[in-house]
Design a protein around this ligand. Structure first.
Ligand code: ARG
Length: 561
């Protein structure tokens, strides 16, 4: 309805407005709008005149049963339940909400791209959530989607790991604590390197360099270490991704692209896009793209940098997949870097739409009331601990009920993931356990519960009929109106890669369903069989849309909660 009014206003007065409808007393109508009052000043017109013009147009809409001007310029709108029901039935299919807008086009979506040296932390949670949602939205709108986990598996860490392991760790410790031991060793070694530097010594630092050199020269011992550490780290990363229920088609990390970087840099030099400095380093000047700072693509010693591997990645994807769109799900702190990288890509003649799907930080409220980056007493919050804690919370939510472990996991993920989509991804998240599990709030579990409830009704009473002869669908109007909006919401969410639009939508649908049950007995009391079947038919549609919408966010509906 909001959309329709916005269109009418645009046609009549050529202005864009955001329409927020209210729900008046049913005696006056199903919806009320004060848009005419808002507009009158802007248009220098009498509000009643504006309202009358809009109301006349509204009446031409098949779904609108009546539109009346009231008071100083309110518009009360009454919908036709029957027309809405017929309309949704005509649009209905098993894939309602999906479209083929992106048919014939390929998108590469990159997430969660964690770094190998450390245990998976909450720092890569949003990349996975947002990246997965982007994948889902693009697939639902017909794109051919290729996903890639761009692992941070290249560079100094290996030298630090090996040196650190030989000094500060042991086979037993590694066998016992795996990636956490590697993470600990990494931190301890970094500290030892700092201390050593402060003392003006370099024995340890030399060892780091010599291991790196050995590795580059194919030394067997260094290769064996690398393989062992990588296996531990990768198994851990995959374990966390499995728990998060995300996966990718490919896993081409920085280490895969580093050797290809040299060629790419040489090509840039050959074509004059890049310039070599006297010290041997290579830069790409970007002043013609409005950047004072050039992009450094090769160190003076010839070593590959982050940008070198990304350059090679862009060329590789272009050659292998010919994407129309490439989506990088990476935090806001890399915005400047990606704007430089994309400018360089333009210079190279890349025409694909390169999108930095950036998002804000995950913050927490500290005990002293201040807001800061999410952390624990031990430092960064580890994903495995966060997931354990979430499962504990979920278990508490369903306490005393016979709910399976699998459902507990679905609820915990529902809570965590939904919190990523509560607002525009660019805003920071204020992580709070009570809010994300609030069964009465804007939360994943609230929406999941609506799904469980509707599924239970359907399993007890059947799926009803799609469109009941002779039934007016008056009590179902608001639910059906909400269902009718879904395809547009998906389309817009996919176009802007804004999954929060889906989260808001499913929440509103859940709320609409709850309102509906309060007012309308579906299968209780003296509801006659034909009415019951009609009502169940609407609920079956709502269930399909809730499931589809949550699936776009990577959230499943538990079987019980
Ligand atoms: N591993 C990087 C990090 O954690 C993210 C990689 C992003 N992708 C890219 N193509 N640069 O910061």
């Amino acid at each position: 309805m909001e959309e329709i009014i916005a269109h009418i206003v645009k046609d009549l007065f050529d202005v864009d407005v955001d329409i927020a409808l209210t729900r008046p007393d049913p005696e006056f109508g199903d919806y009320a709008s004060n848009v005419a009052l808002q507009l009158a000043g802007r248009l220098q017109k009498n509000p009643r005149e504006v309202a009358t013009a809009i109301a006349e147009k509204l009446k031409e809409q098949s779904a609108v049963a009546s539109a009346e001007v009231a008071g100083p310029g309110f518009i009360n709108i009454r919908m036709s339940g029957r027309t809405l029901a017929e309309e949704i039935q005509s649009l209905w299919s098993d894939t309602y909400g999906s479209s083929d807008d992106g048919a014939g086009k390929t998108a590469v979506v990159e997430y969660p791209s964690p770094n190998m040296a450390k245990p998976y932390s909450v720092g890569h949670l949003r990349s996975g959530n947002q990246g997965w949602a982007a994948r889902q939205l693009l697939r639902a709108t017909g794109w051919n989607v290729i996903t890639d986990n761009h692992l941070g598996d290249y560079g100094a860490p290996l030298g630090i790991w090996i040196t650190g392991f030989t000094h500060f760790s042991s086979d037993e410790a590694l066998a016992k604590d795996g990636v956490y031991e590697l993470g600990r060793v990494y931190i301890e070694t970094r500290q030892a390197l700092k201390d050593e530097e402060a003392r003006g010594e370099s024995a340890l630092a030399d060892e780091v360099q010599s291991w790196l050199l050995k590795f580059e020269n194919g030394d067997e011992e260094a290769k064996a270490y690398s393989k062992r550490f990588n296996e531990i780290s990768l198994a851990h990363i995959h374990g966390v991704m499995d728990r998060l229920k995300i996966s990718t088609d490919h896993e081409l990390g920085e280490a895969f692209f580093a050797p290809r970087g040299k060629d790419a840099v040489n090509k840039l030099l050959g074509s004059g896009i890049a310039v070599q400095n006297e010290d041997g380093s290579v830069i790409v000047p970007l002043d013609d793209y409005g950047f004072d700072v050039p992009l450094l693509v090769q160190k003076s010693n010839g070593a590959a940098l982050y940008a070198t591997t990304d350059l090679a990645t862009i060329l590789y994807r272009e050659r292998e997949w010919r994407p129309h769109k490439v989506v990088y799900s990476v935090g806001s702190e890399q915005q400047f870097y990606f704007s430089q990288l994309f400018a360089m890509a333009k210079k190279l003649g890349i025409t694909a739409d390169l999108t930095h799907l950036w998002f804000g930080f995950i913050n927490q409220r500290n005990e002293d009331g201040t807001v800061g980056k999410m952390s624990s007493r031990k430092g960064v919050v580890l994903m495995e601990e966060l997931l354990d804690q979430a499962e504990e919370r979920a278990r508490a939510v369903v306490e005393g009920r016979d709910v399976s472990e699998e459902d507990v996991k679905k609820i915990s993920l529902g809570a965590i993931k939904f919190s990523d989509f509560m607002a525009d991804r660019r805003t920071d998240i204020l992580f709070d356990w009570d809010t994300i599990f609030a069964l009465k709030g804007f939360s994943g579990p609230y929406v999941q519960y609506a799904g469980v409830r509707v599924a239970r009704i359907l399993s007890e009473h059947g799926q009803g009929v799609a469109l009941q002869e002779g039934y007016d669908y008056e009590p179902e109007k608001a639910v059906i109106a909400q269902l009718l909006e879904y395809p547009d919401v998906v389309r817009r969410a996919a176009e802007h890669l804004e999954p929060h639009r889906i989260a808001t939508y499913v929440y509103e649908l859940a709320r609409e369903l709850n309102r509906y049950y309060e007012a309308t007995p579906v299968a209780m009391g003296d509801v006659d069989e034909s009415t019951k079947q009609a009502r169940l038919g609407v609920l079956a549609k709502a269930h399909q849309v809730l499931t589809h919408g949550l699936d776009l966010l990577g959230i499943e509906i538990p079987s019980k909660m």
